[in-house]
Design a protein around this ligand. Structure first.
Ligand code: NAD
Length: 525
């Protein structure tokens, strides 16, 4: 059975009654087992959420399918109006949401605030643009003047979203917004660590006017619920690790269900010799240590041009050592907690392996139990061998390797020397040169003179990974089109020859001459 938190362990704006309501939003039987949810700031369980079974997944998808028909019948302007209201609601209720996010993820308030801004901006973007993005389009028919073609964008039906814990608002709801606006219903499986952020947001969506059955949440273990979900939905939007992404892709392939996979990264940042060093240090810190490094597009490999290496490295290491860590619910903290003991163990393992292989720990390299059970000091490693775990695998924590490079070509070669291809950054005083370098970087996004914010928050531009970092794109027209199926409707006005016996000799000659002419008439090509 699920249990409610004791008021004394909750931040002031949250009450046990809210958790009671949120537990009621999970599709789970009356006597469902409960799964404990931990507060990373203390390491203690603060309550438990009901867990769904495969039968609950079946029920959730069935109910969502019925709701989808009615929801898709509303015109897009009516659907968009829900997200306009949601936009305002999420901004008005942000402080409570920030408390929920911090409580279950352990992130700093500033990091949580970014998620609220992001989801509001996503809601505004798609509410404004979906009408045009989903409108049917005229395309060229088979033969000029004789036939027409029109493409319609129908919703796929029910979209299954499987989300990770690191950005529990953005990654659970950000993809649901275009999916719903396209006329689909959604069944979401949030990460076990962070169910309440998703549930609190679903409550706001309902308040904004989203029909109840259009958005269901199933909670529980990924493997147990993932397979039945993929078997029943019409599209899978997965965000998480590359290892699990491969399993999702295999299952989706078996079921012939389309999927987008937003996976891991080992992102590089390149500091060119023409930077202002202090600004470059500030930007690099943002790129590496936001959300305690638990950000798919944060940088874990820092390449610094040898001409500025000494000056940059000294100031960077000092500034990293000055970052503040705290487990409180106020603004102004630089670095929050890691999400769990297993995440802390992973970070410790990567740093221990680096040490064993001869890396130098310039700063950090230790746990911070004085701040909280899962805190880890922001860490900079040098002399990191290429085969060290921290050099080639995603650490997903506040640990970066730093080395010098002789020139742009070497920086690009190093940046591309990875199985991943999610995101990269280039810091440079010469934007034109940086743009040219970006062309050679094998990543889905490249941010110039910024860590990740301008790339992520460009909601009109596609975002996603190459290589082992995933398949498909979120954001922009691509981010809503994936939740639709196209239907091409053609109309014949006249046929150039009999559809049964084919052309006569004369028609064949006229047609061949017509085709030759067609290629030569620019406005008809
Ligand atoms: P994870 O892959 O362990 O879990 C992600 C989700 O999948 C969770 O909801 C989990 O319960 C579920 N899951 C686990 N096993 C499953 C299975 N066999 N079938 C179906 N679902 C299953 O990832 P995580 O630890 O929660 O998140 C961290 C990872 O996510 C990192 O690798 C990070 O880079 C990646 N990530 C990528 C992006 C992106 O946009 N590319 C964004 C955020 C995080």
């Amino acid at each position: 059975m699920s249990s409610l938190p004791d008021a004394s362990v909750l931040p002031p704006r949250l009450s046990p009654r809210s958790f009671d309501r949120w537990n009621g939003l999970v599709t789970a039987g009356e006597d469902a087992d409960g799964r404990e949810v931990l507060a990373p700031f203390t390491g203690e369980a603060f309550g438990s959420v009901p867990t769904s079974t495969p039968a609950d997944v079946d029920r959730a998808v069935g109910d969502a399918r019925d709701a989808h028909e009615r929801w898709a019948d509303r015109d897009v302007e009516a659907r968009a109006a829900v997200f306009e209201r949601f936009h305002d609601l999420i901004l008005d209720r942000r402080e409570e949401l920030l408390d929920v996010m911090q409580l279950e993820s352990g992130k700093s308030r500033g990091d949580a605030y970014e998620e609220v801004m992001d989801v509001a901006m996503t809601a505004r973007y798609y509410a404004t643009r979906a009408g045009d993005q989903l409108a049917s389009e005229r395309r060229r028919g088979a033969l000029p003047f004789l036939s027409t073609a029109r493409v319609h964008h129908d919703p796929v039906g029910v979209v299954g979203i499987i989300a990770p814990w690191n950005y529990p608002l953005t990654l659970a709801v950000g993809d649901a917004i275009p999916a719903l606006l396209a006329g689909n219903a959604v069944v979401l499986k949030p990460a076990g660590e962070t169910p309440y952020t998703a549930l609190a947001t679903v409550e706001l969506l309902r308040e904004a006017g989203l029909p109840h059955d259009a958005f269901h949440v199933v909670a529980g273990e990924g493997k147990r619920l993932g397979d039945p979900l993929i078997e029943r939905v019409d599209y899978v939007s997965f965000t998480g690790s590359t290892a699990v992404g491969r399993q999702i892709a295999a299952k989706a392939g078996e079921e012939l269900v389309d999927a987008s996979l937003e996976l891991g990264g080992k992102n590089p940042i390149y500091v060119r010799p023409d930077v202002d060093v202090d600004t470059a240090v500030e930007r690099t810190i943002g790129a590496c240590f936001t959300n305690a490094g638990q950000l798919c597009i944060s940088a874990e490999r820092v390449y610094v041009h040898e001409d500025v290496y000494d000056a940059f490295a000294r100031r960077f290491v000092d500034a990293v050592g000055d970052l503040t860590l705290d487990s409180n619910y106020g603004y102004g903290v630089d670095v929050g907690s890691l999400v769990s003991e297993s995440q802390l163990e992973r970070v410790k393992r990567h740093v221990a392996d680096a040490r064993e292989r001869g890396a130098t720990v310039e700063v950090g390299g230790e746990t911070r139990p004085d701040v909280g059970p899962y805190f880890y000091a922001p860490t900079v490693l040098t002399d990191l061998p290429a085969d060290a775990t921290a050099a080639c695998e995603e650490t997903f924590g506040p640990v970066v390797g730093m080395e010098s490079v002789a020139n742009d070509a070497e920086a690009v070669a190093e940046a591309n020397d990875t199985e991943y291809g999610l995101h990269a950054c280039i810091l440079s005083g010469d934007v034109k040169r940086a743009r040219a370098i970006a062309q050679d970087v094998d990543a889905g996004t490249v941010a110039i003179n910024d860590g990740y914010m301008t790339a992520w928050a460009a909601h009109d531009a596609p975002m996603g990974g190459r290589n082992d970092s995933g398949l498909g794109r979120r954001h922009g027209p691509e981010g809503i089109e994936r939740f639709t199926e196209s239907k091409t409707v053609t109309t014949s006005r006249a046929l150039p020859f009999s559809p049964v016996s084919g052309p006569t000799a004369l028609e064949a000659k006229v047609l061949a001459t017509g085709l030759k002419l067609w290629r030569r008439i620019p406005f008809l090509r």
